[in-house]
Design a protein around this ligand. Structure first.
Ligand SMILES: NC(=O)c1ccc[n+]([C@@H]2O[C@H](COP(=O)([O-])OP(=O)(O)OC[C@H]3O[C@@H](n4cnc5c(N)ncnc54)[C@H](OP(=O)(O)O)[C@@H]3O)[C@@H](O)[C@H]2O)c1
Length: 378
């Protein structure tokens, strides 16, 4: 495993970090959907046995059961080998007391004495201002002082200006951003990477494959990658590109099975700062240009928008729509969309209440895009 510099913290973490958000779910004996603990154990143990030392979870993942599953998997000596990162669910915070209550609940879920990286989850400027008023900075200082957390951090979904403001507003130990070769001008942007780097604040990357989209690229993008002399998967190109940046610490990948875990372990072993040649960087630029022509909506399938009060399958519809564009299928009379409609989860059910938009990290105009999807896909 390659280890990477965490800037001002003076520590090194594995280049590959396990993002636990996408662990598969299955029904338990009571018919309740829970994390498939067997697969979670398999993924985490394999990764850690092969040198991964950074594990990312959050209170809200897997219907709020992810932290517990991670805590369970890390028993038996694994916890001591890793840095655990989890996130305060800002949506549940109405007071400073809520922050302390949620922290203690999270620590109990994880079955640990302290949390290494404690992040304020999914900050945008509005949330940051609200939480700052509630005293989140003092809360973080206090947890650090009490050694209940080691590092005070945030994960981010907004634009560059918001990122700059938040980054400059507290003495952060780390920031987690969405970044990949398609998002150089989106979210924190490449300027945000440089800004954090200039302050020596380590960066952890999420959505490095845009939730899997960059692993499954359309044929024309694949052809661009295949024009290079060495054979690499699209996922390898995406991770290699990220690890080329000196400012970037760990790159999370939300693996869903053991095969992806092994593939990524191998891929990250071949990465490094500044190792991409001019020719390779040009290939990624060409792949980006080609991809841009084929995307309809920037949904990464994170499901933060769900559940929709009207039962609309928002990520399912956007995924179907993008797939149709990506592969230039006949966009209308889409079979998959018809199934969603027949199941009562179609875009026709949207009443534009806007609840989803408050939570969408990508700031997608969801009701408007649903309206368009509904017109185009049938
Ligand atoms: N803080 C936040 O606001 C926030 C938001 C989003 C994510 N996160 C965290 O960041 C982590 C990483 O983000 P992400 O899950 O979106 O990561 P990602 O790496 O962009 O996407 C993960 C998906 O990529 C596919 N994949 C992974 N390795 C692959 C491989 N070798 N070959 C082919 N496909 C591969 C899998 O999709 P398939 O299973 O479909 O094949 C997997 O579910 C999350 O798990 C979560 O812990 C945090």
């Amino acid at each position: 495993m390659k280890y990477r510099n965490f800037g001002k913290l003076g520590i090194e973490c594995s280049a590959f970090g396990i993002g636990c958000m996408r662990f598969p779910m299955k029904k338990n004996e009571d018919g309740v959907n829970t994390v498939d603990q067997e697969i979670a154990n398999e993924i985490l143990h394999t990764a850690i046995d092969n040198g991964v030392n950074y594990i990312d979870t959050a209170y809200v993942y897997s219907d709020r059961q992810n932290e517990k599953a991670v805590g369970t998997a890390l028993k038996g000596g694994y916890r001591e080998k890793v840095h655990i990162a989890t996130k305060l669910p800002v949506w549940d915070v109405k007071s400073k007391e809520d922050m302390y209550r949620l922290y203690e609940e999270q620590r109990a879920n994880l079955q640990v004495d302290f949390i290494d990286f404690y992040l304020i989850h999914s900050l945008n400027l509005g949330q940051w201002k609200r939480l700052r008023e509630l005293g989140v900075r003092e809360f973080l200082d206090d947890l650090k002082k009490q050694k209940k957390i080691t590092y005070a951090c945030f994960s981010f979904h907004d634009n560059y200006d918001a990122f700059e403001q938040i980054l400059n507003d507290y003495d952060w130990d780390m920031c987690q951003i969405q970044f990949n070769y398609m998002d150089i001008n989106n979210q924190a942007t490449i300027k945000g990477v440089e800004l954090a780097g200039s302050k020596n604040i380590p960066i952890v990357i999420m959505e490095g494959l845009q939730g899997g989209r960059l692993a499954n690229v359309p044929g024309s993008v694949k052809k661009v990658f295949e024009s290079y002399k060495e054979k690499r998967t699209p996922a390898e190109w995406a991770f290699r590109w990220l690890c080329n940046f000196p400012q970037i610490g760990t790159v999370l990948s939300g693996v869903t099975n053991l095969e992806q875990t092994y593939q990524n372990l191998e891929t990250f072993d071949k990465t490094g700062v500044g190792i991409m040649t001019h020719e390779e960087l040009e290939i990624v630029d060409r792949a980006r240009e080609e991809y841009m022509r084929r995307i309809k909506v920037g949904c990464t399938g994170c499901r933060y928008c769900m559940p929709c009060p009207m039962g609309v399958d928002i990520p399912g519809i956007f995924g179907t729509w993008n797939e149709a564009y990506k592969f230039r299928d006949d966009i209308s009379k889409n079979g998959h969309y018809n199934r969603i409609l027949n199941d009562g989860h179609g875009a026709n059910k949207c009443v534009a209440c806007g609840k989803c938009m408050e939570k969408c990290p990508q700031s997608i105009s969801i009701p408007e895009m649903l309206r368009q999807a509904n017109c185009e896909l049938q």
